[in-house]
Design a protein around this ligand. Structure first.
Ligand SMILES: [Cu+2]
Length: 350
């Protein structure tokens, strides 16, 4: 099941929450729309890319923080770091020419107990990962039931650290994820006003991390998605949502005793017990469903007059129109000629 929400401005963000039949929840954010650009000047090539004759797409980062208040098999949860290491061991039963030393890998399970050590980046080469588990609730095989937090597309964090504008107000953006004790006094990782107070922000994310023990406690995961945006020609006219996308997965980790997607009622069992004979088919009583969407009606504008198919111009027209209305200048909806002229001039220099 997929739930999609669109936050629509000139730079729309599509939020997808995808519920997989194995119990995985996928969270994905995709960006599109118009770049906030600046004037192209060749000496500034280290800070952007020319995307038109006189226009530069500027280098920037997007980081978006999700608060994930997971309770895995109850509220008593721990942070498990599982990773692999290389080791050198002796296998005495070997009689190879090069000896009995073998280099191999092994799994290391480690519970992170100190909240201060739970400001995390995904391990290099993604050789391991983090999970919220309940140590007191094993599955059938004796393994603590858990949910892993896995990276999806573009698992990034903020590049710039230490700038005065981001002194303490975006500390949440410095990591891939962080795990803290859940508290009513820590409802969000930032606030609208943080922007204006870099040194003493309303919410300083680092203050959530004060050395508390996070073993078998009610925990919250703070997870970042985003993109290092080095603009390119193909960001015009719209940033491409297939590339400007970022995601993470919350996925069962020994939470079940096996893959539960097998229990999906729309499974079909085909039994061909005798060669040459027709096979029996069991659809478990689920009727075939065809979800054809309704035909989309032709586009028409219900507000004002539409100009050709260039939505960019149309958008600008609407913005200008709204501003003029806001400033008390009445724009006759039936006579937008002067505005069309303006748009033509604007588009030729654009
Ligand atoms: Cu961007």
């Amino acid at each position: 099941m997929r739930l999609s929400l669109i936050h629509s401005t000139s730079y729309p963000l599509v939020f997808d929450y995808i519920f997989h039949t194995d119990g995985t929840i996928e969270v994905r954010v995709s960006a599109s729309g118009y770049l906030q650009s600046t004037f192209w000047e060749a000496s500034q090539a280290a800070y952007g890319t020319p995307i038109r004759e006189h226009t530069m797409g500027s280098l920037h980062d997007h980081v978006i923080n999700f608060k994930v208040d997971l309770d895995v098999a109850g509220t008593d949860n721990s942070l498990l770091y599982t990773h692999t290491v290389q080791e050198e061991v002796i296998h005495p039963w070997l009689d190879d020419d090069w000896g009995q030393t073998v280099i191999q890998q092994r799994i290391v399970h480690e519970y992170i107990q100190d909240e201060n050590k739970a400001l995390l980046k995904f391990p290099e080469n993604h050789r391991g990962g983090y999970a919220i588990v309940n140590q007191a609730e094993p599955n059938r095989w004796g393994v603590p039931r858990g949910y892993a937090i896995r990276p999806g597309y573009s698992p990034i964090y903020n590049t710039v650290v230490g700038s005065k504008r981001l002194l303490h107000n975006a500390n949440w953006a410095r990591y891939n994820l962080a795990i803290s004790r859940r508290k009513d006094t820590e409802p969000s990782s930032s606030s609208t006003w943080n922007l204006n107070l870099p040194g003493t922000p309303m919410v300083d994310f680092h203050k959530f991390f004060n050395g508390e023990n996070i073993t078998q406690q009610d925990l919250v995961a703070w997870i970042n998605v985003g993109m290092h945006h080095l603009p390119q020609a193909e960001d015009v006219p719209n940033t491409r949502a297939n590339i400007a996308t970022s995601s993470f997965f919350l996925t069962p980790l020994n939470y079940f005793d096996s893959d539960v997607s097998i229990d999906s009622t729309n499974a079909i069992l085909i039994n061909a017990s005798t060669e040459g004979a027709p096979s029996s088919i069991d659809e478990y009583g689920v009727a075939a469903v065809q979800c054809m969407p309704e035909m989309v009606p032709p586009y028409h504008n219900i507000k004002l007059k539409a100009f050709a198919l260039d939505y960019a111009l149309w958008y600008i027209y609407e913005v200008i129109h709204d501003r003029m209305k806001g400033e008390g200048v009445f724009l006759d909806q039936q006579q937008p000629t002067f505005l069309l002229n303006f748009l033509n001039e604007f588009s030729s220099s654009w």
